[in-house]
Design a protein around this ligand. Sequence first.
Ligand SMILES: [Zn+2]
Length: 667
Amino acid sequence: MSKYIFNAEAKDASEYTKKSNKEFADEFGIDLDNAFNEELELARKNCIKRLEDHKIYDESGELVWNSEPYAFFKARAAADTVHPSLWLNGKANLEAGVFEVVKGKIYQVRGLDIANITFVRTKTGWIVLDVTSSVESAKTGVKLLEEALGENVRDNIRAVIISHSHGDHFGGIKGVVDEKNVGRAEDGKIPIYVPAGFDEETVKENVYAGTAMFHRAKYQFGRDLIPGVKGSVSTGLGLAMSGGTLSYIRPTDFITEDTTITIDGLEVEFQLTPETEAPAEMNNFFPEYRAFWAAENCTGTLHNLYPIRGAKIRDSANWWRFTEIALEKYGRKADVVFQSHNWPHENTPEHPHAVETYLRNTAAVYKYVHDQTLLLANMGRTPRDIARAISLPDKLKKVWYTRPYYGSIEMNSRAVYNRYLGFYNGNPTELDPLTETDEAKQFVEYVGSAERVLELAAEDFEKGNYQRAAKAATYVVYADPDNKNARFLAADAFEQLAYSSESSIWRNAYLSGAKDLREGTPQNVKKRETTGKNDLIANMTNRMVLDYIGIVTDGERLADEDIKFRLLVVKPSENGKETYLGKPADVTEEFLVHIYHGTVLYYEGKTDEALPFVKAPDRAFLSIVGKQYKRSKGIFDTNIPEALEKLDNAVVDLAAYGNFPLIEPLR
Ligand SMILES: [Zn+2]
C-alpha cells in the first residue's frame, strides 16, 4: 500500500522533480545557486530607461499590468519548482523598460505586455512596429519612449506596421493612433500596413472559434494562476498577458507581394511570410539601419506549430523556408535582428555572425522537426511515438534562443504529423473512439473499482511516474467528477509535471488543471467584455456574418426548415433605385440565403429566382448572432418575418458558454 496522502494542498517539488531539474541544469551548465546565461545578458543590454515593479491602470482605475508579483525572479538561486531553463527565460522577461536596438534609430519598449512595442525613426518622425495587446500598454509604451528621449513621439507617428493577425500585435492600435487620423499616406494620414489576408484571418481566428479558443487559452496562459514559484512564472514570450483593452482599426495598406516602400524618407523592405507563425505575417528589413525585423517568426524561443489554446496547424515547411529566405536576403546585411517578443540578437566582435546564426538555427529547428516527423511516420511510427522519439541534435539542442519556452518539440511533431496525415493514427480502434467519459468509465470498470485505480496511481505517483498517475487518476475524475481523492491525486501529479516543464504553456496548463481539480472548475465567472471583440465583429464582412450565423445556429432547431430568400444589403440614398422601409436606398450587396435543414447555405450574388426578400443594412444579421433580434427587428424590411424569427430561435447564445471545464466532464 502506498503512503500517499490525499489532500488539496499545493505541494513542494518532489525528489524526482528536483532530480530531473538538476540533471537538466548539469547538462546545460546552469549554476542553480546563481542562474545565468547569455540570453539574460542580451535581455538587459542597451537599456536606456529601466522599469521595476511596473503597474499600468486602465481608465476606470483597474490594474491591467503589474510586474511586481514576479519580483521572485530577482532571487539569484533558481526555485526548485521551476524548470531551470524556464527560470532563466522568465528572469529575462522581467527585464523591462526602453531599450535601444539601433543607436538613435530603433527602440523597443519591453515588459509592458506579452509583446513588445517597437519604434523606428524616420526622417521626421516614427514608424511603430506592432502595438502590443492593449490600448493601455501601447499608450504607456509611447509615453515611456517620450520620457526616455525627451521628444514628442505621439504626434509624430508616420506609419504603423502590424506584422501579423494576432491580438497581441494589433490590440493596442488605439493607444498609438486616433482612428480619425488613420488613412493613406498620400492624404497626409497615418497608414497601417498589414500583410495580405490580415483582416479575414483576425476574424477567423478570433470570432469563428473564438469562444472556445478564448476559454481554452486560459490554460495556455495560466489566466487563473497566481504568479509565483508554484504558480505562473512567464509565458515564454513575455512575462504575462495584459488585462487591458483590445482594439482594432481597419488597416489601410495590404502588402500583397515582397516590396520596398519609402515611409517618410526611410526605405522599408517587406518580406511576406504567409502560413508561418500566423496565416498572414510579414518580416521587414531596414537597410539604412542594417536591422532585420523578424516579426514573430524568430522569437528567441521554439514557437508553436500548434498552440494548445487551439488553432489551425501551422506550416513548418513555410516557416523554415521563409526564414531561410530571410537569412539569404538579409542575414549578411543586418547587424541586428529584433522581433515582437523577447529581445534582439546582434553581431558583436565575439559573435560576428550572430544574426545569421540566429536565423539559421531557427530555420533548422523547424526543419528538423518537420523532416524527422515525416521520416519516422514513413517508417511506421505513430504520432505519439514520434513525439517522444524526436530529440534535437546536440548542436541545435544547446541553443538557448530556440529552447521550448513556448512551443515544444512534442507538440510540434504531432502538429507536423497532423498537417500531413491528419489526426488519425491508422489504427481502426480510433475510427470511432469512445467519448472521454465512456473510455474513463470502461477503464475503471476493467480495473475493478475507482479505489483500485487510485491505489495503483498513487503507487505510480510515489515512484515519480507522474504522467501515468495523472492519466489514471483523470480517468477516475471523468468516470466520477465528484471523486475528491481522484481529483487530489491528478492535481498533485499535474503539479509535479508543471515543476519540471520547460515550456511555460505546459506548466500553465498543468497548474491550471491542478487548480481546477482542487477547487472545482469556476462557474459563472464574469466574462471580461473587451471592446476588441466588438471591434473585430464590427469589422466582419456580410459574408463572414453569414458564415458566423451558421456556426452559432443549433442545427436541430432548424432541422425541418427549407426557406429561401434574397438578402439585399441596403444603404439609404436619395437617388437609390430600391426602397428600404419606404425610403430610397442602394443595394450594396446581394445574397441568396437558404435555411435548409439545419444549415444556413448562401450564395454570394444575384439570383433569377423569384423569392421573398429581406432588406437590411450592412451586417444587420449580427443582431441575430448577438441575440438582439427582438430589439432590432425594425431594421429588417422583409415579407417573410417568420424566417428571421425561426433563425433567431435557433441561434445559441454563446456568451452563456464561456466557462466550460477543461479537466472534467461538462455537466
Ligand atoms: Zn505574439
